[in-house]
Design a protein around this ligand. Structure first.
Ligand SMILES: [Zn+2]
Ligand SMILES: [Zn+2]
Length: 134
């Protein structure tokens, strides 16, 4: 059984995922852009994997946008995105950036591209640096 571990930025919350991910979507919708503060959310999905909080379960808060199914789980101290169990326990959603272990799966699709940020265009053509700008 595949195991993955992850944590939040401040280190208060540490979790473990047991099982495999079935899909990996990069969602560019306006809700995911607000939620992450970035061009897109990067979420892994599984209908079979299980989530266990090692430490800091009490520091995990879930916000669900009223009248939508959009929700985000985060650490109340540092605000980092964390996994959540959605659809009455049927679906595990894991922000890829919250993991500390490598994953085999590659992103399946960029989704909600019709709603992407105006500056999110051919980002692969933006010059790349291995470190910080000098
Ligand atoms: Zn934290
Ligand atoms: Zn989205």
């Amino acid at each position: 059984m595949t195991k993955h571990s992850g944590s939040c930025l401040c280190g208060k919350v540490v979790f473990e995922i047991t099982g495999d991910f079935e899909s990996f979507y990069l969602c560019h919708c306006s809700r995911c852009r607000k939620d992450t503060g970035s061009a897109h959310a990067s979420n892994l999905f599984s209908m079979s994997a299980t989530l266990n909080w090692h430490t800091g379960a009490e520091a995990v808060k879930i916000f669900t946008l009223p009248e939508t199914r959009h929700s985000r789980s985060f650490c109340i101290t540092c605000g980092s995105a964390l996994p959540s169990v959605q659809m009455s326990g049927k679906l595990l959603v894991v922000p890829a950036g919250s993991l500390d272990t490598d994953i085999e799966i590659k992103p399946s699709f960029h989704i909600s591209m019709a709603d992407k940020a105006q500056w999110d265009d051919e980002l692969e053509k933006t010059p790349m640096l291995t470190g910080l700008p000098s």
